[in-house]
Design a binder for this molecule. Sequence first.
Ligand code: GAR
Length: 199
Amino acid sequence: MKRVAILISGSGSNMEVLARDMAGDHPARPVVVLSNRPGAGGLAKAEALGIPTEVVDHTLYKGDRPGFERALSEALARHAPDIICLAGFMRILTPDFVGRWAGRMLNIHPSLLPKYRGLDTHARAIAAGDTQAGCTVHVVTGDLDDGPILGQARVPIEPGDTTETLAARVLVEEHRLYPAVLRRFASDDMTPVILPAGA
Ligand code: GAR
Protein backbone atom coordinates (compact mmCIF):
# COMPACT_ATOMS: atom_id res chain seq x y z
CA MET A 1 0.00 0.00 0.00
CA LYS A 2 1.50 3.35 -1.08
CA ARG A 3 1.44 6.22 1.40
CA VAL A 4 0.27 9.54 -0.06
CA ALA A 5 0.86 13.07 1.26
CA ILE A 6 -1.36 15.79 -0.18
CA LEU A 7 -0.15 19.41 -0.15
CA ILE A 8 -2.72 22.19 -0.28
CA SER A 9 -3.01 25.95 0.11
CA GLY A 10 -6.74 26.53 -0.25
CA SER A 11 -10.15 24.92 -0.33
CA GLY A 12 -8.79 21.44 -0.91
CA SER A 13 -11.50 20.18 -3.24
CA ASN A 14 -8.96 18.15 -5.23
CA MET A 15 -7.49 16.81 -1.98
CA GLU A 16 -10.96 15.69 -0.92
CA VAL A 17 -11.70 13.74 -4.10
CA LEU A 18 -8.25 12.13 -3.98
CA ALA A 19 -8.66 11.16 -0.33
CA ARG A 20 -12.19 9.80 -0.83
CA ASP A 21 -11.03 7.72 -3.78
CA MET A 22 -8.25 6.09 -1.74
CA ALA A 23 -10.34 3.34 -0.20
CA GLY A 24 -11.13 -0.30 -0.84
CA ASP A 25 -8.97 -1.83 -3.58
CA HIS A 26 -7.12 1.44 -4.23
CA PRO A 27 -3.34 0.86 -4.10
CA ALA A 28 -2.74 3.91 -1.87
CA ARG A 29 -3.93 5.64 1.29
CA PRO A 30 -3.73 9.29 2.39
CA VAL A 31 -1.35 9.65 5.35
CA VAL A 32 -1.19 13.43 5.76
CA VAL A 33 -2.62 16.66 4.39
CA LEU A 34 -0.14 19.50 4.68
CA SER A 35 -0.90 23.19 4.14
CA ASN A 36 1.34 26.24 3.95
CA ARG A 37 -1.63 28.34 5.09
CA PRO A 38 -3.07 27.84 8.58
CA GLY A 39 -6.49 29.03 7.39
CA ALA A 40 -6.77 26.74 4.37
CA GLY A 41 -10.31 25.38 4.13
CA GLY A 42 -8.97 21.99 3.10
CA LEU A 43 -7.55 21.38 6.58
CA ALA A 44 -11.03 21.06 8.10
CA LYS A 45 -12.06 18.75 5.25
CA ALA A 46 -9.05 16.53 5.94
CA GLU A 47 -9.80 16.44 9.65
CA ALA A 48 -13.41 15.49 8.91
CA LEU A 49 -12.05 12.60 6.84
CA GLY A 50 -9.83 11.52 9.73
CA ILE A 51 -6.57 12.35 7.93
CA PRO A 52 -3.70 13.81 10.00
CA THR A 53 -2.86 17.41 9.09
CA GLU A 54 0.29 19.51 9.27
CA VAL A 55 0.79 23.24 8.74
CA VAL A 56 4.08 24.81 7.69
CA ASP A 57 3.25 28.50 7.53
CA HIS A 58 5.43 30.06 4.83
CA THR A 59 4.94 33.55 6.28
CA LEU A 60 7.14 32.51 9.21
CA TYR A 61 10.04 31.99 6.78
CA LYS A 62 10.16 35.35 4.99
CA GLY A 63 13.29 35.45 2.83
CA ASP A 64 14.26 31.97 4.02
CA ARG A 65 13.05 29.53 1.39
CA PRO A 66 15.57 26.85 2.46
CA GLY A 67 14.22 27.10 6.02
CA PHE A 68 10.63 26.75 4.76
CA GLU A 69 11.52 23.71 2.67
CA ARG A 70 13.49 22.16 5.52
CA ALA A 71 10.40 22.46 7.75
CA LEU A 72 8.25 21.04 4.94
CA SER A 73 10.61 18.07 4.56
CA GLU A 74 10.59 17.40 8.29
CA ALA A 75 6.79 17.53 8.46
CA LEU A 76 6.54 15.18 5.49
CA ALA A 77 9.17 12.81 6.86
CA ARG A 78 7.06 12.29 10.00
CA HIS A 79 4.51 10.54 7.75
CA ALA A 80 6.93 8.67 5.45
CA PRO A 81 5.03 9.21 2.20
CA ASP A 82 5.82 7.28 -0.98
CA ILE A 83 3.96 9.78 -3.20
CA ILE A 84 3.33 13.51 -2.83
CA CYS A 85 0.32 15.08 -4.55
CA LEU A 86 0.31 18.85 -4.96
CA ALA A 87 -3.36 19.85 -4.99
CA GLY A 88 -3.65 23.61 -5.25
CA PHE A 89 -0.35 24.08 -3.40
CA MET A 90 0.57 27.63 -4.34
CA ARG A 91 4.25 27.79 -3.37
CA ILE A 92 7.04 27.33 -5.88
CA LEU A 93 9.33 24.51 -4.77
CA THR A 94 13.07 24.67 -5.47
CA PRO A 95 14.80 22.08 -7.69
CA ASP A 96 16.65 21.00 -4.55
CA PHE A 97 13.42 20.09 -2.73
CA VAL A 98 11.84 18.56 -5.82
CA GLY A 99 14.99 16.49 -6.39
CA ARG A 100 14.52 14.77 -3.06
CA TRP A 101 11.16 13.46 -4.29
CA ALA A 102 12.18 12.93 -7.91
CA GLY A 103 9.60 10.95 -9.83
CA ARG A 104 7.32 10.69 -6.78
CA MET A 105 5.63 14.11 -6.79
CA LEU A 106 2.55 14.93 -8.88
CA ASN A 107 0.83 18.25 -9.57
CA ILE A 108 -2.48 19.29 -11.06
CA HIS A 109 -2.41 22.45 -13.14
CA PRO A 110 -5.51 24.21 -14.54
CA SER A 111 -4.45 24.43 -18.18
CA LEU A 112 -3.66 22.22 -21.12
CA LEU A 113 0.10 22.15 -20.58
CA PRO A 114 2.45 23.08 -22.13
CA LYS A 115 0.13 26.07 -22.60
CA TYR A 116 -0.15 28.60 -19.76
CA ARG A 117 2.32 27.58 -17.11
CA GLY A 118 2.07 29.70 -13.95
CA LEU A 119 -0.88 31.77 -12.77
CA ASP A 120 -4.11 33.17 -14.29
CA THR A 121 -4.44 30.28 -16.72
CA HIS A 122 -8.16 30.74 -17.42
CA ALA A 123 -7.91 34.50 -18.01
CA ARG A 124 -5.04 33.91 -20.41
CA ALA A 125 -6.90 31.19 -22.33
CA ILE A 126 -9.99 33.43 -22.71
CA ALA A 127 -7.88 36.46 -23.71
CA ALA A 128 -6.10 34.38 -26.35
CA GLY A 129 -9.44 33.40 -27.93
CA ASP A 130 -8.85 29.70 -27.29
CA THR A 131 -11.83 27.42 -27.88
CA GLN A 132 -10.67 24.79 -25.38
CA ALA A 133 -9.25 24.80 -21.89
CA GLY A 134 -8.60 22.02 -19.40
CA CYS A 135 -6.32 20.60 -16.79
CA THR A 136 -3.16 18.53 -16.66
CA VAL A 137 -1.61 16.18 -14.10
CA HIS A 138 2.14 15.88 -14.44
CA VAL A 139 5.21 14.66 -12.61
CA VAL A 140 6.88 17.59 -10.86
CA THR A 141 10.40 18.51 -11.99
CA GLY A 142 12.62 21.44 -11.11
CA ASP A 143 10.98 23.55 -13.84
CA LEU A 144 7.64 25.22 -13.11
CA ASP A 145 4.59 23.30 -14.41
CA ASP A 146 6.81 21.09 -16.49
CA GLY A 147 7.55 17.36 -16.34
CA PRO A 148 6.04 14.26 -17.92
CA ILE A 149 2.30 14.54 -18.47
CA LEU A 150 0.26 11.77 -16.84
CA GLY A 151 -3.18 12.93 -17.88
CA GLN A 152 -5.27 15.69 -19.40
CA ALA A 153 -8.94 16.59 -19.62
CA ARG A 154 -10.48 19.19 -21.93
CA VAL A 155 -13.52 21.43 -21.73
CA PRO A 156 -14.93 23.88 -24.27
CA ILE A 157 -14.58 27.62 -23.72
CA GLU A 158 -18.09 28.96 -24.27
CA PRO A 159 -18.93 32.44 -25.61
CA GLY A 160 -19.40 34.74 -22.62
CA ASP A 161 -17.25 32.65 -20.29
CA THR A 162 -15.63 34.49 -17.40
CA THR A 163 -12.62 33.20 -15.51
CA GLU A 164 -15.06 32.03 -12.84
CA THR A 165 -17.40 30.08 -15.14
CA LEU A 166 -14.45 28.53 -16.95
CA ALA A 167 -12.63 27.67 -13.70
CA ALA A 168 -15.77 25.94 -12.41
CA ARG A 169 -16.08 23.89 -15.62
CA VAL A 170 -12.42 22.90 -15.48
CA LEU A 171 -12.60 22.03 -11.76
CA VAL A 172 -15.26 19.39 -12.48
CA GLU A 173 -12.75 17.73 -14.80
CA GLU A 174 -9.91 18.12 -12.30
CA HIS A 175 -11.98 16.08 -9.88
CA ARG A 176 -12.32 13.29 -12.48
CA LEU A 177 -8.76 13.42 -13.74
CA TYR A 178 -6.60 13.55 -10.61
CA PRO A 179 -8.05 10.45 -8.91
CA ALA A 180 -7.83 8.51 -12.19
CA VAL A 181 -4.15 9.45 -12.59
CA LEU A 182 -3.26 8.71 -8.97
CA ARG A 183 -4.82 5.23 -9.19
CA ARG A 184 -2.59 4.42 -12.17
CA PHE A 185 0.50 6.09 -10.75
CA ALA A 186 0.17 4.29 -7.41
CA SER A 187 0.05 1.03 -9.40
CA ASP A 188 3.34 2.02 -11.11
CA ASP A 189 1.46 2.57 -14.39
CA MET A 190 2.65 5.72 -16.16
CA THR A 191 0.28 5.41 -19.15
CA PRO A 192 -1.29 8.86 -19.59
CA VAL A 193 -4.99 9.16 -18.72
CA ILE A 194 -7.09 10.80 -21.41
CA LEU A 195 -10.62 11.26 -20.13
CA PRO A 196 -13.57 11.07 -22.49
CA ALA A 197 -15.52 14.34 -22.57
CA GLY A 198 -18.38 14.71 -20.07
CA ALA A 199 -19.14 12.75 -16.95
C1 GAR B 1 -7.19 23.95 -8.70
O1 GAR B 1 -7.92 24.52 -9.76
C2 GAR B 1 -5.79 23.59 -9.15
O2 GAR B 1 -5.71 23.16 -10.46
C3 GAR B 1 -5.10 24.91 -8.99
O3 GAR B 1 -5.60 25.44 -7.80
C4 GAR B 1 -6.94 24.98 -7.60
C5 GAR B 1 -7.05 24.38 -6.22
O4 GAR B 1 -8.37 24.10 -5.90
N1 GAR B 1 -3.68 24.76 -8.92
C6 GAR B 1 -2.82 25.64 -9.40
O5 GAR B 1 -3.15 26.68 -9.91
C7 GAR B 1 -1.37 25.26 -9.22
N2 GAR B 1 -0.52 26.17 -9.92
P1 GAR B 1 -8.70 23.13 -4.67
O6 GAR B 1 -7.95 23.69 -3.46
O7 GAR B 1 -10.18 23.27 -4.49
O8 GAR B 1 -8.28 21.75 -5.02
